[in-house]
Design a protein around this ligand. Sequence first.
Ligand SMILES: NC(=O)c1ccc[n+]([C@@H]2O[C@H](COP(=O)([O-])OP(=O)(O)OC[C@H]3O[C@@H](n4cnc5c(N)ncnc54)[C@H](O)[C@@H]3O)[C@@H](O)[C@H]2O)c1
Length: 408
Amino acid sequence: MNRQFHRCFASTSTMFLWALFLVALTASYLSFQSFVDSGSRYFSASWGGIQWEKQVRNSAQIHRSGGMLVLVTGSAGFVGTHVALALKKRGDGVVGLDNFNNYYDPSLKMARKALLNSHGIFVVEGDINDAKLLAKLFDTVAFTHVMHLAAQAGVRYAMENPHSYVHSNIAGLVTLLEACKSANPQPSIVWASSSSVYGLNEKVPFSESDRTDQPASLYAATKKAGEEITHTYNHIYGLSITGLRFFTVYGPWGRPDMAYFSFTRNILQGKPITVYRGKNHVDLARDFTYIDDVVKGCLGSLDTSGKSTGSGGKKRGPAPYRVFNLGNTSPVTVPKLVNILERHLKMKAKKKIIEMPGNGDVPFTHANISAAQKAFGYRPTTDLQTGLKKFVRWYLQYYGYHHGKRVN
Ligand SMILES: NC(=O)c1ccc[n+]([C@@H]2O[C@H](COP(=O)([O-])OP(=O)(O)OC[C@H]3O[C@@H](n4cnc5c(N)ncnc54)[C@H](O)[C@@H]3O)[C@@H](O)[C@H]2O)c1
């Protein structure tokens, strides 16, 4: 009996040891797996780490009393670069965020990034759909404001790649708003809507109270959706929201997909340019707005945005919800734009004039800016002639093209 008892005891303790061994093995496998998971996320992401955090904090340093801490999304873009520089110059803390997508030549975005770096602005490489990255950014810096300019821009490209508009202008916007709503303190948000929301509206000039429920392109529809989505976050979570309807912004470091930019390139290279005409041979017209005027409008909006009222994801009181036109109030026809470029470039354009296809473009835009004027003294001061002169000077310096030949 004694022997049997011993044998039984021995086998129970062996089983117990085996069970213990198996539990330990499973536990170490699971912890190894989670290490691999977090490690691969960490190593595959282009953000994170002590050095990265240091760069973010340095970039966010404020150099004026009462300065803001601003996260600028789309900072390697045209408007984002100019706004980030202007904020930094006046002493605000600025951190940029951009995914450097290839909608147009990414090397131009990299050059803008280098320009920002040289002014002490760090541009985080990442997507506004990356909720973990956004949470990390808000953990690292208590942003007081978000200047949201990241988007899929361009009216015609929406027929080619519709999903990129949903990805950045809808899904990305919601991810960003979720991060802002949960941040403590909640930042105030100023973001870029577009004059395209006026769509088929024919009442001129376009006022903020005019109807915007007839978009002519998917781009316009996503911007309009953005206005409704931001309203919801203002209403439920107390986020301070200002939406800016930009009217055809142009200038140095501009966007290669826009007409004034591609016309310049083609004229210099001796290639033809396509000039669209509306129905009944009516010329298309745009309320071209110079970048420095738009930047002043962005800074004015940030300065007067008022505070978000929520915390811990809960609204504590009503917060501002505003929408402003940022235009120039003097539309210019496209043939006139071509004339000005010809004069500045001292070259004749080879024009191909064709009727505008149904690709989402609208025949004209014209802003009423009295609301922005009243709220923060917005007053554009650069006419198209002067603004294009500055653009052409930059273009020739940057690309080094002279009469179609590359000289450097
Ligand atoms: N330039 C204009 O005439 C004009 C007119 C009306 C509205 N807007 C709006 O103003 C804003 C800025 O326009 P822009 O002319 O500077 O365009 P842009 O394309 O030069 O800048 C947008 C930047 O956002 C980045 N981006 C896009 N999707 C992103 C994402 N998911 N995550 C992170 N970064 C992303 C791009 O890489 C780009 O650098 C946009 O919202 C645009 O829709 C511009």
